[in-house]
Write a protein that binds this ligand. Structure first.
Ligand code: 5RP
Length: 261
């Protein structure tokens, strides 16, 4: 795509995607493939590599990424065919200096978390606008089952108020462009919590999932090993974040490594 057709942010997304694949993707790798517009560029870059004969296989985190990968000829494998992925690459809506991310702007957070947990290493790709000092300006996506979702929403509010968020914190069921409730790839709803600022992401990451009806949420702490940023001119910076401990126990190779310090 010609540079003129892309916004500055999209130029940065393309730059970081191609840099990530060039630097970190090697022939023979099993890759977790995240979701979103940055990841769409990563999938293109991986497809370019596959077209040169590189033996790379991917596991998609959404039907959207699956469809794009298949269309571009990236071979996909199922969870019955591997134990650990060599590398998971995914985008973020926000990322702080510890590598804690808010994800789920593309409603793929549940599959993204499952795939992330199968990775020995996690690489976040982002344009520089995603780096923040404090998470939370981007609404936190919380995936909930449809059954009893109003009760789940009330429980989420009670929990947030206990955590000192305002009683009238906006919890908004995400809708499609036609105004219907958005249904995720797993058949669930997304409630976007407009928290404005999340002073303790570790507590929320750990505790929100205990609420009955909450399937998953978009706060990913202690998961990311490295963030690659690009600006619209293509300048790349790397943030190493692998020392941040996980908020939740993980039995994967990566989780055990982090727990051991
Ligand atoms: C999807 C995600 C995405 O990684 C996140 O929304 C970033 O998307 P984009 O690259 O389009 O800015 O978490 O659920």
């Amino acid at each position: 795509m010609a540079d003129d057709d892309l916004s500055p942010q999209d130029r940065a997304k393309r730059a970081v995607a191609y840099a990530a694949v060039e630097r970190y993707v090697k022939p023979g790798m099993l890759l977790g493939l995240g979701t979103g517009s940055t990841m769409a560029w990563v999938v293109r870059a991986v497809a370019d590599l596959v077209a040169t004969g590189a033996d790379i296989k991917g596991v998609p985190t959404s039907t959207r990424t699956r469809d794009q990968a298949l269309e571009l000829g990236v071979p996909l494998i199922g969870f019955d065919e591997f134990d650990q992925l060599d590398l998971v690459i995914d985008g973020a809506d926000e990322v702080d200096h510890a590598g804690t991310m808010v994800k789920g702007g593309g409603a793929a957070l549940l599959w993204e978390r499952i795939v992330a947990d199968s990775g020995t290493s996690f690489l976040c790709v982002a344009d520089t606008s995603k780096l923040v000092d404090t998470l939370g300006a981007f609404p936190l996506p919380i995936e909930v089952v449809q059954f009893g979702w109003q009760a789940t929403e009330r429980a989420i509010r009670r929990f947030l108020v206990e955590q000192c968020y305002p009683e009238d914190v906006a919890l908004v069921v995400r809708t499609t462009s036609s105004g219907e409730p958005l249904v995720t790839d797993s058949g669930n709803l997304i409630i976007d919590a407009h928290l404005q600022a999340i002073p303790d992401p570790f507590v929320l990451d750990r505790e929100l999932v205990w609420i009955p009806g909450v399937v998953e949420h978009g706060l990913f702490s202690g998961i990311c090993d490295r963030v690659l940023f690009a600006d619209p001119d293509g300048a790349i910076t790397v943030l190493e974040t692998g020392d941040t401990p996980p908020a939740r126990p993980s039995t994967t190779v990566r989780g055990r490594r982090q727990a051991a310090g």
